[in-house]
Ligand binder design. Structure first.
Ligand SMILES: *[C@@H]1O[C@H](CO)[C@@H](O)[C@H](O)[C@H]1NC(C)=O
Ligand SMILES: *[C@@H]1O[C@H](CO)[C@@H](O)[C@H](O)[C@H]1NC(C)=O
Length: 365
């Protein structure tokens, strides 16, 4: 029952988040039940001496089970004491913690996941994370941080820090984090070019970056070639430059919906040869981006709610069938000024099925 609650709780952590890693519970489940929390209390051979019953440690009002320390929703103002040293997951979400102090995580060498979502954290001591030499997941979303904390553990694979007050991502912000795979930075007051060029360059293994719903005006420069998903929806980006996408040979999904993009430079698509999905809906495009017919793998392209006035028969598909390796499975063009009856059916000759095209119903206002 307790375990069920716990799983429910963890699911609710993931629920609000756009990226769900199915292996989340793996490291909890691999423990043998009870091995740590219920030590063998059989008295030793020989005369029985009176002794205090050995209580497993657990912070006051928290629940400790299978090396998971559950302290959420307790109105805590500080990280509690007596966290068992063998804890692998520490859940402190939905409390009132304002500050992370130097010794708050002392001795927690085995901690894999630290959940601090939805507190009031403004300050993190520069040495607070030093004991966490095995930390893989750090969830700091929904706090009041003005900066990404310094000295995060080198072992870190996933950093979620959306919905804070971060105004700047510096070139050195993520240095020394070679194992990062997932980075979630959305809904921070990042404006203009608040993300320095090369800020992500050291993240040699990163596969997922999301910076959505901020006010950045350009695609961050120097993105690592390991990237497979980049989500930049809901920003103020005005232009897709070929330069900013250079070397993204593993990128499969690019999200740029709800920006102010009027231009996609020639060569942009060629810089992402393995792209499968491109979201450019709700922008200010006047033509279909160039390079689609030559692209071998793109399958989904959203272009609805733009200002596209014409669609030509060579805009999506190559002249002959066999040069494109994957057919389209989704093209959206509705809510554009192009009169849909003027779009020739042959335009979509390399589309998997007619139902994959959403063309329809532009109404003049
Ligand atoms: C973006 O700018 C607008 C207008 O200046 C502001 O209201 C909004 O809060 C900003 N967005 C973020 C995430 O800071
Ligand atoms: C981009 O490509 C289009 C068509 O392929 C061409 O008409 C246009 O002149 C090119 N623009 C630039 C700036 O190279």
């Amino acid at each position: 029952m307790r375990l069920a609650c716990l799983i429910l709780l963890l699911v609710s952590v993931c629920w609000a988040l756009p990226f769900y890693q199915s292996g989340f519970l793996d490291f909890m489940m691999e423990d043998e039940p009870g091995s740590a929390m219920f030590p063998d209390l059989t008295p030793p051979e020989g005369p029985v001496l009176p002794r205090m019953p050995l209580e497993p440690v657990c912070p006051f009002r928290c629940q400790c089970h299978l090396r998971v320390v559950q302290c959420s929703d307790l109105r805590l103002e500080n990280v509690p004491e007596n966290i068992p040293n063998d804890a692998t997951l520490l859940d402190l979400q939905n409390n009132k913690i304002r500050e992370i102090r130097e010794n708050d995580f002392k001795g927690l060498r085995g901690l894999h996941a630290l959940i601090l979502v939805n507190n009031k954290i403004t300050t993190i001591h520069t040495k607070a994370f030093a004991p966490l030499v095995n930390l893989e997941r750090l969830y700091l979303s929904k706090n009041l941080l003005k900066d990404v904390p310094p000295n995060m553990p080198k072992s870190l694979q996933e950093l979620r820090i959306h919905e804070n007050k971060i105004t700047k991502i510096k070139k050195a912000t993520f240095t020394g984090l070679p194992n990062i795979l997932v980075m979630e930075l959305g809904s921070n007051p990042l404006a203009g070019s608040a993300v320095d060029g090369g800020a992500f360059a050291d993240l040699k293994r990163v596969s997922y970056i999301r910076i959505a719903d901020t006010n950045i005006t350009s695609i961050p420069k120097g993105l690592p070639s390991s990237l497979s998903e980049l989500h930049l929806d809901g920003n103020k980006i005005t232009k897709v430059t070929a330069e900013s996408l250079k070397g993204l040979k593993n990128l499969a999904k690019l999200g740029l919906s709800h920006n102010e993009i009027s231009v996609v430079e020639n060569g942009s698509l060629a810089n992402m040869p393995h792209l499968r999905e491109l979201h450019l809906d709700n922008n200010a495009l006047t033509i279909v981006p160039t390079g689609l017919p030559e692209h071998k793998y793109i399958q989904v392209i959203y272009l609805h709610a733009n200002k596209i006035g014409t669609v030509g028969t060579e805009d999506f598909c190559p002249p002959s069938y066999n040069t494109k390796k994957a057919m389209y499975s989704g093209i959206s063009l509705f809510s554009n000024p192009v009169p849909y009856w003027e779009v020739q059916p042959i335009t979509f000759r390399c589309v998997f099925d007619r139902s994959a095209i959403q063309l329809g119903n532009y109404r003049k206002k």
